[in-house]
Design a binder for this molecule. Structure first.
Ligand SMILES: [Zn+2]
Length: 1126
């Protein structure tokens, strides 16, 4: 041992020495006496490399030092895991990061990272047999001997009172507030102040801030005191308790930031513990974000009952939740999983709900609710306290058997509880009597008290360090609460609003970016942007809050009442309109001449956003741009919110085919003109045309194009789309420019092409096969639509549950016409079948829009009864039972199709992408809206498009889902060939990696180019370009957010960047990756100053000050946050 310590020390010293010598040598060697420009470039390059090397050496030395310290000190005993577990798979792979990786990063894909419990392995092992466990129906008969506790080993009970407040579900957010939540919070202040032993926790800042705005200053002071005294704890501190299946990580981050910044500014409080009791399945993305926000503990609840039983059996309900890719545990978050069926009182005190229900004193006779087990609670009195306390203690002791410590968490609450003062008295007084009884009887070996979540976690950590709990990697989807009731319906319910969520997301992100750039770019004249009078920051803040509200687990999930859904949608529409206003203001500001003082007019509309939503339930429409006599040309500004130069197609709707597009140099740009077909018909609209041209827009920048009217006879370089109608009988109207349309009355197979792909279609007009032109390989890809029917009986599909009666049946129909448009920039196939308008577009550019096939479905199943419509793609890919889906757009997780599980259990959330692969090919489907996905047969992926269910599914909503609205659901289908014998991730790795193409296509789909149509004169004095990025960082580095804080909180802007790891087996030349280094000042302009501060992800904690203009290493899969003080 001594020798090893010594050699480690010597090794460390040697490496340090080498670094120093290397640095000095390089320093002398590269510094020339006569410096020319190009040498400077070389010098800078080498210096950068040196910085990277030094950073690595520094980290290596740091690691070594750490290892030596561990060797020398009497480190705590390693996790004594195997003593407790007979079942769990313990992997033995190396814990060090893979060779070549930056050692400061925890990423590990070439080998399987160590985790004591891996959820996919657990799924392989579990029988899912659902045996009746007696009182604890989904568990077993927990027994105690009574010898478990003694005076050294007391049971510590923390009863944690809480009230679960949904920001919208049966009632709207505001209705709940006025009718219930306001009373809860008012009572909270009074009732906690009465007795310092009383505790309470609160989660939803949306409600809390609404209440805060209307309470007097004295009450605010009282609340602050309750918080600082530890009687009231704010848990999680998010705007809402977000859904974890459909949500995108941007919005999860945003809604947490919104709550955290509110807490910081109003209460000077930083949450430490997270409380997630109601989201319908739980995602490790949430754990990652919380960890990087600085939170220390997490509680989760809705997990499959079989998984709970399995973990409880091995005392593994508390664990360190680790990310799938994490090779060194740097992402571990200590997590407590609740063991039983629900978070209500009957299911939180112990395994027997019939007993526990008797300790919900809100169910005392006369309070309006009772116990379903038909034994009511009793008021605690001197005569019965010994007996009643004995009953409860037995439950607590049994519950303690499922965990590793002697500390017990007993949540005491339910939905919208504690709204009457009498309930506070009933719960707190009766429990206090029981506590007093226990605490006065030392031989019972129990200490009980009211507690916060923080009290509980502190006591657990005091007894046992987190390192001594198992690590767990994976997720908790798909949730089942009982029997075969899998909650996979909500992945798709109300897809119209799920799409709206993504639209608002991209508007907020892009607008804040442009606004913040504007604010930073022209310091002296940009103050008005932030001034309250301009109203712009209010619009931004309102929009953030509307999107935050929609992340609630009954909002984006599509599980609220119809009128509540409409309320969310109205708020989102208002937010979209608000963002359009701010975006066009910021664009105008950035494009106005720096030589003239800016004349702000924050009400003025300079640009139209070419994306009109008339109602909160209507499909977006394009603006028709009029050019012609009297209006010879129009100015169009394009905005790219991504960090790479976009060369993609832009389509504008114009009033005439006699039009051309020029760039800022005045050069005509190749354009393709197409007719516009009227909805649901092959009738061509009059005076409506689409002009499509290839745009070239700088990263995070703006550029200008012009539309010009031309005389019909004038020769221009436009190409008119060639139109074919197959299987068409009837009259074909002709319009100007499209006098010739090829018509065939027969159905026949056909194909369309671009430079990379040849795509074959069936007689019906559905995708059949794709040929990769580079290799000449053809892969069958059959697309069809299929329908599920709801199972008969009492338990039927609804907003939450997917309970199909059998496999889906292919939609059959009498033949319908197929329309084909062809041209040099794109080709398009349009067809319709019952309930679906289906369009496939093949783009011919070098941009992200040409990666794969674009598919758009406008689904309308409003005439159906109990119908769920899915789009299936069947291929020859031999993926076995493996497939991959993403989690919140942040990471990819491996799934397996299990025949031991029902069909609905094999459905998973699809927030952004899913893929199947074999040794040769990968097929990815990228989506613009969250939906449900499954791979129910080898070679197949299916994505649920919409669902209409005519009944409630008994989860409290009290209605079906029948408010279906057609939406343009958009996808990309990407087929790629793997580099020969290349493997991006270890064979058994529980994570997957997206290809560069899928990553880029997903970002491009989610963040389209914005079209700003200038409403002034074309001759108006306006700069044509704004290009802030001086060096593209590489397409793996993404600016997640550039947010300007309101002046009253921080006079600063916050930047969050993310670096995605992609699969190395599918390289893509035109989208180069970063070298792992990011120079922030080359990405966003430096007017914020030369320094910035490191920060946690929600900007609760600020770290050290660093230089902006140095190349900083960014870890794969990680997000970094920086604060730019003004
Ligand atoms: Zn809820």
């Amino acid at each position: 041992m001594r020798v090893r310590k010594m050699s480690a020390l010597v090794g460390a010293a040697l490496i340090l020495g080498c670094c120093l010598i290397l640095y000095l040598m390089m320093d002398l060697a590269v510094f020339p006496s006569d410096i020319h420009d190009n040498k400077w470039v070389q010098f800078e390059g080498r210096l950068k490399q040196l910085e990277v090397d030094l950073h690595r050496h520094h980290e290596t030395v740091g690691k070594l030092k750490h290892t030596i310290k561990q060797l020398i000190s009497n480190s705590p005993a390693p996790y004594d895991y195997q003593q407790h577990s007979n079942h769990t798979v313990v992997t033995t792979s190396a814990t060090t990061p893979e060779a070549g990786a930056d050692v400061s990063c925890s990423i590990q894909f070439k080998s399987v990272p160590r985790a004591d419990i891996q959820m996919l392995d657990v799924y392989k092992e579990l029988k899912f047999d659902n045996i009746d466990g007696g009182a604890w129906k989904q568990g077993w008969n927990v027994e105690i001997s009574g010898q478990e506790w003694d005076k050294h080993n007391k049971l510590k009970v923390f009863v944690v009172p809480h009230s679960h407040n949904d920001p919208g579900w049966i009632k709207t957010f505001e209705d709940y507030y006025h009718s219930q939540t306001r009373n809860i919070l008012n009572n909270m202040v009074n009732k906690l102040s009465e007795d310092p032993r009383r505790k309470f926790i609160w989660a939803e800042i949306s409600f809390f801030s609404l209440w805060w705005d209307e309470i007097p200053i004295e009450t605010k002071e009282q609340v602050k005191k309750l918080v600082s005294d530890g009687q009231l704890e704010i848990v999680t501190g998010g705007w809402v308790m977000n859904d974890e299946a459909n949500t995108h990580y941007f919005s999860m981050l945003l809604q947490m930031m919104e709550g955290h910044q509110w807490l910081l500014s109003q209460l000077e409080f930083k949450p430490r513990n997270s409380w997630s009791i109601d989201p319908f399945g739980q995602s490790p993305t949430m754990a990652y974000l919380l960890k990087r926000m600085g939170l220390e503990n997490l509680l989760i609840q809705r997990v499959h009952y079989s998984v709970k039983k399995y973990l409880a059996h091995n005392k593994n309900l508390e664990f360190r939740w680790r990310q799938l890719w994490d090779g060194n545990g740097s992402t571990d978050l200590f997590t407590h999983m609740m063991p039983f069926y629900s978070y209500d009182i009957p299911h939180t005190c112990g395994p027997d709900p019939k007993i526990c229900c008797q300790f919900d004193f809100r169910r005392l006779p006369g309070f309006g609710i009772s116990c379903p087990w038909k034994v009511p609670p009793q008021v605690i009195k001197e005569q019965n306290v010994a007996h009643r306390a004995g009953m409860l203690l037995e439950q607590y002791r049994k519950k303690a058997q499922l965990y590793r410590t002697n500390v017990i968490l007993a949540p005491l609450g339910d939905d919208f509880r504690y709204d009457h003062a009498s309930e506070w008295d009933a719960q707190y007084n009766n429990y206090q009597k029981i506590f007093d009884y226990w605490n006065s009887k030392p031989h019972l070996y129990v200490e009980a008290q009211f507690g916060t979540l923080n009290d509980y976690f502190n006591a657990v950590r005091e007894e046992r360090k987190p390192e001594r709990f198992p690590s767990l990697s994976g997720d908790f989807f798909t949730y089942a609460d009982r029997d075969d009731h899998y909650w996979s319906g909500y992945y798709t319910s109300r897809p119209f609003y799920k799409r709206m969520d993504r639209v608002l997301l991209t508007y907020i992100r892009a607008t804040e970016l442009l606004f913040s750039l504007g604010w930073s770019t022209k310091q002296s004249s940009s103050d008005w942007l932030l001034a309250p009078e301009s109203g712009l920051t209010k619009l931004l803040s309102d929009a953030r809050r509307s999107l935050s509200l929609f992340q609630h687990h009954d909002a984006i999930t599509g599980t609220a009442k119809d009128h509540v859904v409409e309320d969310y949608a109205k708020k989102m529409l208002e937010a979209i309109n608000g963002m359009q206003h701010v975006m066009q203001q910021a664009a105008h500001f950035l494009l106005s001449s720096p030589r003239v003082p800016y004349q702000p007019n924050s009400e003025f509309v300079y640009f139209d956003l070419d994306d009109i939503r008339k109602h909160h339930y209507s499909i977006p429409e394009k603006t028709v741009v009029f050019v012609g006599e009297g209006l010879e040309s129009q100015r169009i500004v394009l905005y790219n919110s991504l960090t790479w130069r976009r060369q993609e197609l832009v389509t504008l709707r114009v009033s005439t085919p006699n039009v051309k597009v020029t760039n800022t140099a005045g050069t005509a740009v190749t354009s393709q003109i197409s007719p516009v077909f009227q909805e649901l018909s092959d009738v061509i609209a009059d005076s409506r045309y689409d002009i499509t041209f290839m745009a070239d827009v700088p990263p995070l920048g703006l550029t200008t194009y012009f539309l010009h009217a031309v005389r019909p006879a004038q020769k221009i370089e436009n190409v008119m789309s060639r139109i074919k109608l197959l299987n068409f009988v009837g009259y074909v109207p002709r319009v100007e420019g499209f006098e010739y349309i090829e018509v065939a009355d027969e159905a026949k197979e056909f194909s369309i092409h671009n430079d990379h792909l040849s795509v074959a279609f069936s007689e019906q007009g559905l995708l059949k096969a794709v040929t990769l032109k580079d290799s000449g390989v053809t892969v069958p890809l059959h697309l069809d639509f299929a329908r599920y029917q709801a199972r008969q009986g009492q338990e039927r599909s609804g907003a939450y549950l997917f309970l199909p009666d059998r496999e889906a049946e292919t939609v059959a129909w009498d033949s319908s016409p197929v329309r084909i448009l062809e041209g040099p920039l794109f080709s398009q196939v349009h067809m319709h079948l019952p309930g679906v308008q289906h369009t496939v577009t093949l783009v011919n550019t070098e941009g992200a829009d040409s990666l794969g096939l674009q598919v758009q479905n406008v689904v309308d199943i409003s005439d159906q009864v109990n119908c769920e419509l899915t789009m299936r793609i069947s291929s020859s890919i031999k993926n076995g039972d493996d497939f991959y889906t993403d989690l919140n757009g942040l990471q990819i997780i491996r799934r397996k199709r299990f025949s031991k599980l029902p069909l609905q259990a094999n459905y998973y959330p699809l927030p952004t992408m899913a893929f199947i692969q074999d040794q040769k090919f990968r097929f990815t489907i990228v989506t613009a809206q969250p939906l449900g996905v499954g791979s129910l047969k080898e070679g197949q992926i299916e994505v649920m498009q919409d669902r209409r269910l005519n009944q409630d599914d008994n989860r409290g909503l009290g209605q079906g889902v029948t408010d279906n609205k057609p939406l343009p659901a958009t996808f990309r289908l990407i087929l790629e060939q793997r580099q020969p014998s290349c493997q991006g991730t270890a064979t058994d790795h529980p994570a997957g990696l997206s290809t560069i193409a899928a990553h880029v296509a997903s970002l491009s789909l989610l963040h389209p180019l914005f079209h700003l149509l200038w409403l002034g004169k074309t001759s108006d004095n306006l700069e044509s370009h704004y290009a802030p990025v001086t060096q593209e960082p590489g397409c793996d580095i993404h600016v997640v957010m550039l947010h300007t804080f309101p002046l009253q909180s921080k006079n600063a802007a916050g930047l969050i960047v993310h670096r995605q790891e992609t699969d190395p087996c599918f390289p893509l030349e035109q989208f180069p990756l970063s070298n792992g280094l990011l120079n922030v000042s080359s990405l966003v302009p430096t007017q914020f100053g030369n320094t910035m501060k490191e920060a946690t992800l929600s900007f609760l904690e600020e770290g050290k000050t660093v230089q902006k203009n140095t190349a900083r290493p960014v870890c794969h899969m990680e997000m970094s946050a920086f604060l730019f003080p003004r």
